[in-house]
Design a protein around this ligand. Structure first.
Ligand SMILES: [Zn+2]
Length: 109
C-alpha cells in the first residue's frame, strides 16, 4: 500500500508538529481537499499543500520513525541541495494550489 507523505522541497518529511494550519476545503461538486500550511523543521521554509480527501489519512502527519527505512533515511540525509527537478515540481505544486484556490472562489461565488 502506498501511503501519502508530505515533504518539504528539501526532502524533509512534514509531521504534525510542523503544521501551522490545517483546514478542509469542502466542495459541493468534486472531491474535498485538506489544506495544510507548514514550516519545515529542517530548512524552516514555509510550504502549503492540498491533499484530496480520498488520499487523506491522519497517519500522514504521524511521526513514526520506523516508517522510513534506514536505506531511505540515508538517501534523504545524502540529499544536500535542492535539485532543479524538485524545484520545478515544487513550483508546479504551488501553482496547483493557486489554481485550486481560484477554483474554490468560483464555487463560493
Ligand atoms: Zn525543508
Amino acid at each position: 500500500m502506498k501511503t501519502t507523505t508530505i515533504r518539504c522541497h528539501c526532502g524533509q518529511r512534514i509531521v504534525a508538529k510542523d503544521v501551522l494550519q490545517r483546514s478542509w476545503y469542502v466542495r459541493v461538486f468534486g472531491p474535498s481537499f485538506m489544506y495544510l500550511k507548514f514550516r519545515c523543521s529542517r530548512c524552516k521554509r514555509l510550504g502549503e499543500k492540498f491533499i484530496e480527501q480520498d488520499k487523506w489519512d491522519d497517519s500522514i502527519l504521524r511521526d513514526i520513525p520506523s516508517e522510513m527505512s534506514l536505506e531511505e533515511k540515508k538517501r534523504f540525509d545524502q540529499m544536500g541541495k535542492i535539485g532543479v527537478e524538485e524545484e520545478i515540481e515544487f513550483h508546479f505544486q504551488m501553482e496547483d494550489a493557486e489554481a485550486l484556490k481560484g477554483l474554490i472562489k468560483e464555487f463560493e461565488r
